[in-house]
Design a binder for this molecule. Structure first.
Ligand code: HSE
Length: 429
């Protein structure tokens, strides 16, 4: 059988785009042998001409603007690797309107406008492939969309931000403060020069939305999840958590409950017995629980040019198969329902709390009353150390509704002997 040629247009030659161009060059004959498809990079565009020139493309391949790709009748697949909402949304929309499949690594775009863009793709009998938008080189989207889509997923829990996982690992190993660990992550290229989205949990929230849409079959783009970043976690918290058998991780948690979906992103105490506790440095992992399949864990590099380029190239190859061998079919994510989100106040969790108090008679009694009044049961209470006349107290509650805990916390913080700074971190049940 002769080889079929499928023509690609690439918009964006940053870290992932240039990684993808190099991987395609190195692996195209290998892919051709395996799949019977010739993937030809027909046109490339980037607003920074120096980037295009640095990759040594011939003049006939270089496009001066994106519409030479999105409107080009020869091109079958548009690969969008510029990131951000605009102009990416416009380019993707134009590509679909002009009959091209789209491959993207853009989590902001899929989390925010995924439903609308997938709807347009469906209307046109095309598809959007976005494996690289979550978990870099880890196959996550394809397992959720295909292999696991036949089961009812009840929960997914993940470490999907390499920057914050690296920071927590370094804080734990070398007693670093958050800003020193962040500076080290930036020096090693694990953290962006502007790491706001990583530190504040926004990057992880986008990834949770994308995975949850698939895992739970629900559209989410208009919802507001509960998102907390890592800014308030200190080295002391990591150390005390370790003493009681837990690691601290920035987790994304998605659960199907009878009333709807419970989705949240926050720093979390994870028992050392749980496989996610041993995911170190910049690595990512997602732990999925299904009614029939039981537990599945997917682990690997969640960022970086070549791991992410691998996911992009896998998507391009799947799209190319769709171009050549069959009409696009079986797109499970195009039929979303909309399950309500359960507010965090309604969820039941265990809590870790650390605070400072005057070390004098009656403080523990007042504390016990504040928790007792709101029916918050304590599992563990430790007076860690005394500096001058101030004691540091660490406690862990039994499972309790967030609203009751917050009410009790308000009463605790109002006790005159208790200092205003405190650290509160939820536990993974
Ligand atoms: N900034 C992300 C991380 C990678 O640190 O995991 C891109 O999603």
């Amino acid at each position: 059988m002769g080889k079929e040629t499928v023509k690609l247009g690439l918009i964006g030659l940053g870290t992932i785009g240039s990684g993808f161009a190099n991987l395609l060059k190195n692996n195209s004959s290998y892919i051709s042998e395996k799949s019977g498809l010739n993937l030809e990079l027909t046109r490339v565009a980037d607003k920074d001409q120096a980037k295009v020139e640095a990759l040594g493309f011939s003049d006939s391949v270089i496009a001066s603007e994106a519409k030479e790709i999105t409107e080009n009748p020869e091109i079958d697949i548009v690969v969008e690797l510029i990131g951000g909402l605009e102009p990416a949304r416009t380019f993707v929309t134009e590509a679909l309107k002009n009959g091209k499949h789209v491959v993207t690594a853009n989590k902001d775009l899929i989390a925010t406008h995924g439903k609308e863009l997938l709807g347009l793709a469906r209307e046109k009998a095309l598809n959007i492939y976005y494996e690289a938008s979550v978990g870099g080189g880890i196959p996550l989207i394809r397992p959720l969309k295909h292999s696991l889509a036949v089961d009812r997923i009840c929960r997914l829990v993940g470490i999907v931000n390499g920057t914050t996982n690296y920071i927590f690992t370094r804080m734990a190993q070398d007693k670093l403060g958050l800003s020193d660990a962040l500076a080290e992550a930036q020096k090693l290229g694990f953290a962006e020069p502007d790491p706001t989205n990583d530190i504040e949990g926004i990057d992880a929230a986008y990834k949770l939305m994308i995975m949850s849409s698939l895992a739970f079959g629900s559209s989410l783009e208009q919802d507001r999840l509960h998102v907390e970043g890592i800014g308030r976690v200190t080295y002391e918290d990591i150390d005390y958590a370790r003493e009681i058998g837990y690691a601290i991780k920035l987790l994304v948690i998605g659960e199907r409950q009878p009333e709807g979906l419970a989705l949240r992103v926050h720093p979390t105490l994870v028992s050392f017995d749980h496989p996610l506790a041993s995911v170190q440095n910049e690595m990512n992992a997602v732990y999925i629980e299904g009614d029939a399949v039981g537990e599945v864990m997917l682990y690997g590099r969640g960022a970086g040019a070549m791991p992410t380029a691998t996911s992009v190239l896998a998507d391009v190859t799947e799209a190319a198969r769709s171009v050549v061998f069959r009409p696009n079919a079986g797109v499970i994510e195009s039929d979303f329902t909309h399950l309500p989100l359960i507010p965090i106040e309604e969820l039941k969790t265990r809590f870790y709390l650390r605070f400072l108090a005057d070390d004098r008679p009656g403080v523990f009694a007042a504390l016990a009353n504040a928790f007792g009044d709101e029916n918050v049961s304590l599992d563990m209470v430790i007076q860690k150390r005394r500096v001058g006349s101030t004691a540091e107290i660490v406690l862990v509650t039994h499972e309790v509704k967030e609203a009751a805990f917050q009410k009790a916390l308000g009463k605790v913080m109002a006790i005159e002997a208790i200092k205003p700074e405190s650290s509160m971190i939820r536990l993974l049940s």
